[in-house]
Design a protein around this ligand. Structure first.
Ligand SMILES: Cc1cc2nc3c(=O)[nH]c(=O)nc-3n(C[C@H](O)[C@H](O)[C@H](O)COP(=O)(O)OP(=O)(O)OC[C@H]3O[C@@H](n4cnc5c(N)ncnc54)[C@H](O)[C@@H]3O)c2cc1C
Length: 357
């Protein structure tokens, strides 16, 4: 990882999660010089902690803007993954596993199914997944997934390969709006970095940073999610299985991720025995063999929650040159490539306008 701040950057990205690193990636593709800062280790926030399901669960619960960003991202993912795998040598296990959804089915479900007949098959859970009961299930055939920690490693390798400086342990304290010529990020370690453009991709911390800079926020707040990792056998669980807000995600090597909680507890990333018990209970109900699988690990992450589930991908209304890419709540991996590409295009277009090109 490059730890040397550049002095000639066009753009500083605050936050090295999936959103920040991918924004840097697309900015760099437009030949901008980019530095990414993170307050701790890159990709150690929600992007590391998440399940890596690349579609909303269930899709009919989310606004059209989320659906559009997810669909656009799914078109970008195959080439992006191929390039990142090529650079990093890592297998990201990007695959259309499909998802068995067992409810609850609300009034939006049936209209959505009629609008997307090619995406859905319906039947009994046991018909698709051995050892499960006969409850009704919809198979969402095209739901894809990838492995978050490997995406993080590959993205970091990719960013460095493309000449992006990624600085860990650089917590932005505030955006300095005092100098009319260039914006600056002032870090808690005393480093000050200037650029024409600053992108805040600080996930759950976005509003705190904006407020500390004397700027208005967007109502983005942390919503904790806890997860468990079970040691299963390859092929034991064939699909992602979801019901009543919980889910099991099978990885190719037999690991099974079980999630998750949604807790409004501020910036607290502790795990709790209550969450462990409730996730296990609901996941065993969905997939009874989970009862016999060892729990390898439990963790928590902070989703960047936002009131309407739609992320902010825009220039800040009070400060030209300051851009926001945040508020991806439960679907940040699913929306990441298109969100990042979109924000990068906005920045690039504004540079062209400013230069009179
Ligand atoms: C348990 C759980 C399960 C999830 N499952 C899924 C799923 O299956 N599919 C899906 O699409 N999404 C899922 N999500 C949501 C998804 O993980 C998030 O929407 C996404 O990771 C947000 O990405 P981000 O880059 O905005 O945030 P983060 O990954 O949190 O990155 C923000 C980064 O900013 C840094 N930062 C913050 N403040 C500062 C500062 N002042 N200075 C410098 N750096 C700073 C942080 O250290 C962090 O690295 C899940 C989330 C959780 C917690």
């Amino acid at each position: 990882m490059s730890k040397k701040p550049r002095t000639d950057q066009d753009c500083i990205v605050v936050g090295a999660g999936a959103i920040g690193l991918l924004t840097a990636w697309y900015l760099r593709k437009s030949r901008l010089a980019v530095t990414v800062l993170d307050q701790s280790r890159p990709f150690s926030g929600a992007s590391w902690a998440g399940g890596g399901i690349l579609s909303p669960v269930p899709p009919w619960h989310y606004p059209a803007q989320v659906d559009e960003l997810v669909r656009s991202s799914l078109l970008l993912y195959p080439d992006l993954i191929a390039e990142l795998q090529d650079i990093s040598g890592l297998a990201l296990d990007f695959a259309s596993t499909g998802l068995l959804f067992t409810g609850p089915f609300d009034d939006h479900a049936e209209p959505w199914r009629r609008a997307h007949p090619e995406d859905v098959a319906h039947g009994l859970l046991s018909e698709w997944q051995p050892h499960c009961d006969n409850r009704l299930a919809w198979l969402l055939k095209h739901t894809a997934q990838l492995r978050n920690p490997r995406l993080g490693k590959a993205l970091l390798a990719g960013c460095v390969e493309k000449g992006i400086a990624v600085l860990p342990e650089h917590a932005a304290q505030a955006v300095d709006t005092g100098n009319a010529r260039r914006l600056a990020v002032v870090c808690r370690n005393g480093v000050r970095l200037e650029a024409d453009h600053i992108v805040i991709a600080a996930g759950a911390w976005t509003d705190s940073l904006l407020h500390d800079s004397g700027l208005s926020g967007y109502g983005i707040k942390p919503l904790r999610g806890q997860m468990l990792l079970l040691q299963g056998q390859p092929g034991q669980l064939r699909y992602i299985v979801s019901g009543h807000g919980k889910y099991l995600i099978p990885r190719l090597d037999g690991l099974i991720l079980c999630g998750s909680t949604v807790e409004d507890v501020g910036f607290d990333v502790h795990t709790t025995p209550q969450a462990r018990a409730s996730i296990l209970r609901d996941c065993i109900d969905l997939f009874p063999p989970a009862r016999d699988l060892p729990v390898v690990r439990q963790w928590a992450g902070l989703r960047p929650g936002i009131a309407n589930d739609v992320p902010v991908i825009a220039q800040h209304q009070q400060l030209p040159g300051l851009w926001i890419n945040s508020g991806h709540y439960r679907n940040g991996l699913g929306m990441a490539p298109a969100s990042a590409q979109r924000l990068a295009q906005m920045v690039t277009n504004s540079k062209l306008v400013a230069s009179g090109a």
